[in-house]
Every structure is written in C-alpha cells, then in structure tokens.
Ligand binder design. Structure first.
Ligand code: HAM
Length: 412
C-alpha cells in the first residue's frame, strides 16, 4: 500500500483548517504594518539558492535539486527569501523601496523528520527591503510578536536575539573565534571540527554539550562589533524595551543560512521539544546585491505554519451545516433544487444521503449539524418540511418558501 513519502504528510481537514487560520491571521496582521502578499514559484533555477549560502546546510545538504526534461537545474525552494529577492530583481523593483512583502506556502528541505520537522513544510514570511534603520528590525519583530500573541499558543515562548554585526565585525569575530578554538580542535565534536574551516560561527549553536563547555571562555561576539554595528544593535534593544517586547540576548543565535548580518532572532517555543523555533529571521543587507541586484538592505523572518498550528490552544472548529433528510425519490427530487436555492443564499446545507430516517439523524448528530430538514410524503403534500433543531430537539413545520428565512434565524 502506498504511503506518503518520508517527511511529507496529508493535511486532513482539521489540520488544514488550523494552518489556514495561522496564515490568514498572520496575513491580516502583516497588512496592518503595510506588508502585501506576493507569491513566487515553488521551484527556481538552482543558482538562485546557491547565491545565498555556500556553507549553509540548507543549501549544501538539504535541497531537492533536479534536472527537468529540458535539462535545466531546478531546486524546490527550501525557504522564501531568495525567491522574493530574485522576484524583486527580475521585476525591476529595486528603485521602488521600501518594499514590504508577505508570503505563505510550502517549502522543501531534505532533513531528518521528527515532531515539527518535515521535508515538505509551510512558512509564512515577511521581507522589508530598502530600510537600513534598526526601526525596520524592530517592526518585523513586533509583527512576529503580535502574530504569536494573537494566535494564542500553548506554553511559553521567548524572543532570542543576537547581533552578527556588519562584515568587518563578523570577520574580526570569526578570526578571534578560530584562533581561540584552534587550540581545542581535537576536543571539538566532529561536526564542529568541520565547521571550523568552513563556517566557524555555526559552532556557536552546536548541540554538543562539550562544544558548549569549550565555548564558555570563547571571545564574546558583542565585543567585536564595530561602533556602527554596536549602535545598530543597541538601538534595536532600546526600541524593543520601549515596546515592552520581552527578549533574551543569546550569542548562540547565528542562524543556519549564510546571508545574515546585524540582527538575528528566533521566537522559540518551550512546547515543541528540539524544534522550538516558531518564527526566525534577521537582517540580510547585501543579499540582493550578491544576487545581481542593487545594494539593498533587508530584514525579515519566516514562521513555521505547521509548528504554529500544532501549538494553537483553540484550533478553529469546522462550521456545521443544516442537513436535508428527504425520504423517497419524490422528496429527493424536491430537496435537490431547494438545497441549491439555499446555498445560493449563502446557507450551508448538506444532503443526508441514504439510510433510514434514524440512521440519517444519527449521522446528522455526529456531524454536529444544526438542523435536520425532513421531507416525507406528508410534508411533500403540504408543501412543508419538518425542521428539527438538533440541539433543542424542537420540531417545526416550515413552508418550503420560508425555509431560508427560518435557517438564517437559526444561524444568526
Ligand atoms: P529558517 O530559520 O530556516 O529561516 O526557517 C524559519 C522557520 O521555518 C523556522 O523557525 C521553523 O519554524 C520553520 N521551519 C524550518 N524548517 C522546517 C522544517 N523542516 N519543518 C517544519 N518547519 C520548519 C528561513 O527560512 C529564512 N528564510 C527566514 C528569513 C526571512 N530571514 C529573513 N527573511
């Protein structure tokens, strides 16, 4: 028997509803900040993503890349930022800043599946381009905070924050970290030993306890921020404090993608085990330029819709309907056009397809229908239906022409 491919899953109605609620709520809140929706292709030329991180795991180990029938190298998008930047460049939008985009959709990463981590997952995201001021960093974080708050999630969450500084600060820290770790090279985990050459900053977020012990005496990133970077970071912190957005400085937030500078942040939930990041992002000045566009600053984040949906305290319930129970063919012939008339007026009505009356009423109750609209021979003759309120048990005979008004009064 076929099963879904590893790391993918079928989204049945309950989960679909929760995920739709997460993305709709986020989109609505993002629009309060001026973000407008864009939608870029699910696959892009593989080079679009290569530009964004030659050393990041996401780009080197986790992409689904394939040659299509025209022998073009294509990649299923592992995230949204690179595609949006490509779209900004392709559509010649770099002069029209600030650009503020919201997006939502499926992403693909070849990762080891576990709770809250899938190979096909879904993100909401925002990108704010053309604003170098720390005001932009704070606005996108404030939006993240507002979304999480209004979704009303289980458990607690924390905004964890770090600054990677500009290129100069990053190079200076990188050199200091390599020098420090060099002496402990053989004590580092295998993964960190490899990273020491290619991407030493990622060692900071190593999962190995012994690596973390070694890091206790490592040089402090913040001490290597140059004046401009320190100023940017302290203004971000000041504004977050002004907004009373709780946050925690965490030097381990270096992020798994290579394009970040200055602010890097993650909203982390305490209720998801190892995969706690629910919304994460940061500043990525220079990415558009590296991809062949002009030198645009940018800042944004993406949130895991699957994870956020899993954490909803009050997932939205499905809407209940009114169920028709026509008994016999003549009643059915009356019910079908009547139901259509009601649907045209925006009423939610369904057919209780078959079985005897008690079986159909049982089904209507199971489906939490609001009413059962019974049409038997007597009702047909009188031009009426028996409408039974399934909550109160009350039954009322209603003329066919008046059913719409009656059902609307129940829905109200
Ligand atoms: P990211 O940290 O790679 O950032 O992903 C953002 C969020 O997507 C994560 O915090 C998590 O909630 C969710 N996520 C990532 N991978 C998976 C997975 N395999 N299964 C389920 N959920 C997952 C980015 O993608 C950047 N593009 C964010 C950004 C936008 N930075 C600037 N602008």
């Amino acid at each position: 028997m076929f099963q879904p491919a590893r790391g993918t899953r079928d989204l049945l109605p309950d989960e679909c509803r929760s995920m739709r609620y997460v993305s709709d709520t986020s989109k609505k809140l993002a629009s309060l900040y001026g973000f407008e929706e864009v939608d870029t292709p699910i696959f892009e030329f593989a080079d679009v993503f290569r530009h964004m991180g030659e050393t990041s795991d996401v780009v080197t180990k986790e992409t689904y890349t394939f040659a299509d029938r025209g022998e073009q190298d294509l990649t299923l998008r592992p995230e949204g930022t690179a595609g949006v930047m490509r779209a900004v460049i392709s559509n010649g939008l770099t002069q029209q800043t600030p650009l503020k985009y919201f997006y939502s959709g499926p992403m693909f990463r070849y990762e080891r599946p576990q709770k809250g981590r899938y190979r096909q997952f879904h993100q909401i995201g925002v990108e704010l381009l053309g604003v170098a001021s720390p005001v932009a960093d704070v606005e996108v974080m404030a939006l993240g905070q507002q979304i999480i708050q209004s979704l009303d999630l289980q458990g607690d969450y924390t905004l964890e924050l770090n600054s990677l500084g500009d290129n100069e600060s990053r190079d200076s820290y990188r050199a200091a970290l390599i020098e420090y770790l060099h002496d402990f090279r053989s004590q580092l985990s295998e993964e960190s030993q490899m990273r020491l050459e290619k991407n030493p900053l990622r060692i900071l977020d190593s999962k190995s306890d012994s690596d973390q012990k070694l890091l206790l005496d490592a040089p402090v990133y913040r001490a290597h921020l140059n004046a401009a970077s320190e100023d940017h970071f302290s203004r971000v912190i000041e504004m977050l404090e002004g907004l009373k957005i709780p946050h925690r400085l965490n030097y381990r937030i270096v992020r798994g993608l290579d394009y970040y500078c200055h602010t890097a942040f993650e909203f982390v939930s305490d209720s998801l085990g190892a995969q706690g990041a629910i919304i994460a992002g940061g500043r990525y000045d220079g990415l558009v330029k590296r991809m062949g566009g002009s030198d645009l600053p940018g800042v944004g984040w993406a949130g895991g819709i699957d994870r956020l949906a899993l954490l909803l305290q009050n997932p939205p319930a499905g809407e209940s309907s009114h169920m028709f129970v026509p008994l016999g063919e003549a009643a059915e012939a009356k019910a079908v056009p009547l139901m259509q008339l009601l649907r045209n007026q925006g009423l939610r009505v369904e057919m209780g397809y078959s079985g005897n009356m008690s079986k159909r009423l049982k089904k209507a109750n199971q489906m939490q229908a609001k009413t059962a609209i019974i049409i038997g021979e007597d009702e047909l003759e009188q031009g009426k239906a028996m409408v039974r309120n399934l909550q109160s048990g009350d039954q009322t005979a209603i003329e066919f022409d008046n059913i719409a008004t009656f059902l609307k009064s129940i829905d109200a």
